[in-house]
Design a protein around this ligand. Structure first.
Ligand code: 5GP
Length: 184
């Protein structure tokens, strides 16, 4: 296997998506894993691009066939990483990035000890709260739930290999690129 496998997690609202978008602009030897999910597509999401949108039956079938590297339940839906594309892309020499939640990261790090975990941290809980509140007009109880989940997720940081603080997108993206390059 030539490429490395990275699991990247961080609490809701930390800006993972934006940082990773920048990482992919800065480094062209990366492959983003496309997950399967039982949740419905959001407006603008495309099957096979953002996710493979599957029924629960199909999801269970893939589980039974050992087709997932990992899978987890998140807010009532199931999400899983198809195993074969990850191994194929790594064999081709790409570093493969999995942007998944914390439980899934743990499963990957258990199954593939050579996989590396990167956890993206907010500059502070206050900053995270501010970002969650500023992002959309979400009701207070939803923001509270996201913050509670964030605090639980932050409790798992010690299991990750690297921590990156998202103070600015550019800084965080550069740090991730440096980590990836240092392991090549
Ligand atoms: P969303 O529904 O907002 O797209 O994703 C919800 C959460 O599921 C996010 O934290 C995202 O990182 C995570 N997720 C997406 N794909 C996977 C996957 O294949 N496995 C796991 N464990 N989590 C995933």
């Amino acid at each position: 296997m030539k490429g490395n496998i990275y699991v990247i997690a961080g609490p809701s609202g930390v800006g993972k998506g934006t940082v990773l978008k920048r990482v992919f602009q800065l480094d062209d030897n990366l492959s983003l894993s496309i997950s399967a999910t039982t949740r419905s597509p959001r407006v603008g999401e495309i099957d096979g691009v953002n996710y493979y949108f599957v029924t629960r039956e199909r999801f269970d079938q893939i589980v039974a066939e050992d087709g997932f590297l990992e899978y987890a339940e998140y807010v009532g839906n199931r999400y899983g990483t198809p195993l074969k594309p990850v191994l194929d892309k790594a064999a081709e020499g790409f570093d493969v990035i999995l942007e998944i939640e914390v439980q899934g990261c743990m499963q990957v790090m258990d199954k593939l000890p050579e996989a590396k975990g990167i956890f993206i941290l907010p500059p502070s809980i206050e900053a995270l709260e501010k970002r969650l509140r500023g992002r959309e007009s979400e009701p207070d109880d939803v923001i509270r739930k996201r913050l509670d989940t964030a605090k639980i997720e932050l409790g798992h940081v010690n299991k990750f290999d690297y921590f990156v603080v998202n103070d600015t997108i550019e800084n965080a993206a550069n740090q991730i690129v440096n980590i990836i390059k240092s392991n090549r």
